[in-house]
Design a protein. Structure first.
Length: 164
């Protein structure tokens, strides 16, 4: 008889999907994936990369890299859109309300994304890795949005959530 397969909890399940979404990223510096979920249903996904119809960073190069700009600074010099922004834009584009949803993201959002998250009515954030932007944490906390760190571990050469 086949042993019973362990099912991941909902949080691990959605975070692992966000990790998969990040694999579509075209950013040279950091691959980020985000999904918006409500009532255990995926509403929208997003990954970081250039806007539709614009050369990807992997093709055009990275201005921030060339100028040696540290992570978390001078976002306006990036040709890419953050994963969280793309998820919010995709929901808006398709007329999907994300008010009251939960964001699962491979990184803690930056301050620009945090402002969008607050105004979009997203109620909770699960994230794997931090981000060099202290203002984002302060704004998220001030807005009363719960944020939960889900650490990553490696299992058989694959990244896995510690939630099980």
């Amino acid at each position: 008889m086949k042993p019973k397969q362990e099912r991941p909890c909902w949080e691990a399940y959605f975070m692992e999907i966000a990790v998969l979404v990040a694999k579509r990223s075209t950013c040279i510096r950091r691959a980020v994936g985000a999904i918006l979920v409500k009532d255990k249903r995926i509403l929208a996904t997003g990954y970081n990369g250039a806007p539709s119809g614009i050369k990807h960073c992997v093709d055009a190069g990275c201005l921030r890299e060339q100028l040696h700009i540290a992570s978390g600074h001078r976002h306006e010099l990036c040709r890419g859109i953050h994963a969280e922004q793309n998820a919010i834009i995709q929901a808006a584009f398709h007329g999907v309300s994300i008010k009251g949803s939960i964001l699962f993201c491979t990184n803690l959002p930056c301050s620009i994304c945090s402002k969008m998250i607050i105004n979009a009515g997203i109620e909770k954030i699960f994230y794997q890795s931090g981000y060099a932007d202290e203002l984002s944490k302060k704004m998220i906390m001030e807005a009363g949005i719960e944020y939960v760190h889900i650490p990553v571990t490696r299992e058989n050469g694959h990244e896995m959530s510690l939630l099980r």
